[in-house]
Design a protein around this ligand. Sequence first.
Ligand SMILES: Cc1ncc(COP(=O)(O)O)c(C=O)c1O
Length: 393
Amino acid sequence: MKRKESAEEKVGIGQCGITKPEVPPIYATSVFSFETLEDVDAVYEGGKPGYVYSRTSNPTVRLLEEELSHLEGTERALAFSSGMAAITTTICSLVKPGDHVLASKVLYGETHKLFREILPYWGVEVDFLEFQDPADLESSFRENTRLLYVETISNPLMQVCDIAGLCEEAEKHRCRVVVDNTFATPAFCRPVEEGAHVVLESLTKYLNGHSDVTGGMAGGSAADMEKTGRFRALMGGCMSPFDAWLTLRGLKTFPLRMEKHAENALYLARKLERHPAVKKVFYPGLERHSSYGIARKLLRNGFGGMLSFEVAGGEDGVSRLVRNLENVELLPSLAAVKTTLSHPAKTSHRSVPADVRISLGITDGLVRLSAGIETPEAVWQDMEKALDELVEA
Ligand SMILES: Cc1ncc(COP(=O)(O)O)c(C=O)c1O
């Protein structure tokens, strides 16, 4: 015997009498029940609204997807279990054996590994290029080039690419452009408005922003996302409802946080530039950075919260810096509310062969800094003291 009224209806989940909860509930359910077989058909075929199984779709996750799609200016967005799940699933849905891909030379280490090792294993050829001037690309396209892949601000050298220029070149060859926007975030750049077909984000970073979620996102046209969504359902990289809920909470302060991350990054970059233990600073908001011109055109309202710098003394210099710091932590991620450091050679780019890594400029003395949202003067006090000790040693 079916109960006439479910407990949920009794307590009014989603709708509390004539009122509605200010914070949406977490639909912590893996599956949804049906009254009839006809309803099963109707929901599967889209004739009636409803959910079936949370690997395919879940109300809390859908709510996050709606918010993300609004932020990125896309028709549709999909949430994933990690940034890498978003990247691999999207790539799988866009290329097939025999295709050719153009990828930026400087990318997050694991993405580089995917392009270097996994795509060739699947029969997809990849060429790594510098994307600084889109006009130089003309001769790199082939008949079978289907995808061009870049990061808005590259990890870890902070090179900014001319997305609109790249899209114009790619369009001539009927090639899709996919942009990982994790460092720039929609606060500073919306790649789809520049002409990109798909935007990707690691939600683990700024969009959630509290270092307590692992997640990813892909956004684009409804047709592309429908296809990528089918791949997600098969490959299984769905986001948990609880992580979606935490990310929805993180999004509430996203614009404010980004403003402060960028303000602090510029402050710290300017201080670092003048310190004698620092050989070079990479931040697109600095006039002497090679991407400053394009960054000023592409990025709105700021240059992001990430920078990197090279310390004197190579790996030994980095090791001493890390030990000298009292408050700034060594953390192999980014976008925390606190300022943190990481060492790309040993963490994010560990899987890139040393000769390739060094030829790209990711040296053993390179430190990546994720500017937090604290008082920047206090952060600099700690950093200056730690760096001074490198000069004195
Ligand atoms: C630029 C960039 N893209 C993608 C990723 C992967 O994201 P996740 O760690 O959420 O899988 C990272 C991770 O650091 C990253 O830095």
